[in-house]
Ligand binder design. Structure first.
Ligand code: FES
Ligand SMILES: [Fe+2]
Length: 384
């Protein structure tokens, strides 16, 4: 466990700066964005111990379909079993620890380890061990007590699959409730996945995440977005447990944002001109507009490098029909442009995190309470 590196970075003095009672509150210190040891500690103490967006049901559409993913620095596999249910396991053989599924595959009846060919059922149980007792002396019936694949706690929300590797985070329904409560009028079953955009960003995942919920930068960084909803109509992000959220009225809807595509069925008048921003600590985001759902997923590769994916869902025919092809392109272009504007600033800040002239910053009491809450959430996970 990387306890020492955590305590070196988050001394009692630094921890006291995240205290909401003081006027001297700051964000996280530089090392949290630049240190490889810190990122290793995040894998163990943060990413493995909360609910993380790990994958998508669409990646294993049929029985026997298998999709490996990496979470918190660990290999996992997602599969669809013989009953059609999604299951998640550690992607590692119980014999000598080889990775079992190296790539996506489909229609499997069993999973076979590439090293000595032990086989596992889609329920994770060990099925056979060839030559286990010597040449041609197979173990064909290992029995119920035999070492099967190790399951990973998971939860499914529509297409999204979340995992809690440590197994002891609060139940998913409780974790998800602040989102569910605010979005009851949206019929998410109408969503269809249309496209995933991928970006390789030279910045720490936390800078990207902190920028997601920061409304204060819109006029300087996103002039077009500012036309749609001026800053005077915006407020700083609200927080509730692991959720950061915000909402605003679209004063001036634009192509790619709230115009030309089918809306969620049954949306009321207010819903038809409302945008919602939700960010689920630590690495997921959901932007909800009348005509789409954009799911953001961050994957920390290095302290200064993150893969960001935006999974775009539209309503019914909006995702598939040729008549909406131009609208869909507008949405993709809009997200690319908006994100490119954000990456420039994230990469700018990543470079500046090596400067002793900054070590946590000076926060706005109006816009930045969420940044202090974020620092507190990180610190709590890392030190408990
Ligand atoms: S490591 Fe998998 S069968 Fe030996
Ligand atoms: Fe932005």
């Amino acid at each position: 466990m990387n306890v020492d590196v955590v305590r070196n970075v988050l001394s009692d003095e630094v921890l006291s700066r995240f205290d909401p009672e003081t006027d001297e509150a700051t964000g996280l210190p530089n090392a949290c964005y630049t240190s490889p040891e810190w990122l290793r500690a995040e894998n163990e103490r943060l990413f493995a111990r909360t609910w993380m967006l790990a994958g998508f049901c669409r990646d294993a559409p049929g029985k026997g379909d298998v999709c490996p993913v990496e979470m918190a620095g660990m290999p996992l596999l997602i599969l669809r079993d013989n009953e059609g249910e999604i299951r998640v396991f550690h992607n590692v053989c119980r014999h000598r620890g080889a990775v079992i599924a190296a790539g996506k595959c489909s229609g499997r009846k069993v999973l076979t380890c590439p090293y000595h060919a032990w086989t596992y059922g889609l329920d994770g149980s060990l099925r056979s061990r060839p030559h286990f007792f010597g040449g041609d002396r197979h173990d064909t019936d290992p029995g119920p007590g035999a070492p099967g694949l190790v399951p990973v706690r998971h939860a499914v929300w529509h297409d999204l699959i979340f995992v809690n590797i440590s197994g002891d985070e609060t139940p998913f329904e409780e974790h998800w409730e602040p989102f569910a409560r605010r979005t009851r009028q949206y019929d998410f079953s109408a969503l269809r996945h249309a496209k995933t955009l991928e970006f390789d960003v030279k910045g720490n995942w936390k800078l990207i995440y902190e920028n997601f919920y920061d409304a204060y930068h819109v006029p300087a960084v996103h002039p077009r977005l500012n036309e749609m909803t001026p800053l005077a109509e915006r407020v700083g992000a609200r927080t509730e447990g692991p959720w950061f959220h915000n909402t605003s009225r679209m004063i001036q809807p634009q192509e790619g944002r709230g115009v030309g595509m089918p809306f969620y069925p049954g949306l009321d008048e207010r819903g038809r001109t409302t945008e919602w921003y939700f960010h689920l600590f630590p690495t997921a985001g959901i932007q909800l507009w009348p005509d789409q759902l954009a799911v953001f997923q961050l994957h920390a590769i290095e302290p200064g490098r993150t893969i960001e994916r935006i999974h775009l869902y539209f309503i019914g025919e909006g995702a598939t029909e040729p008549q909406y092809a131009r609208n869909r392109r507008n949405v993709y272009d809009m997200w690319r442009d908006l994100n490119t504007e954000d990456f420039e600033i994230v990469e700018n800040m990543q470079a500046a995190r090596s400067s002793p002239g900054f070590d946590g910053g000076v926060l706005s009491p109006y816009w930045d309470p969420a940044t202090r809450h974020f620092a507190k959430l990180v610190a709590t996970h890392m030190t408990v």
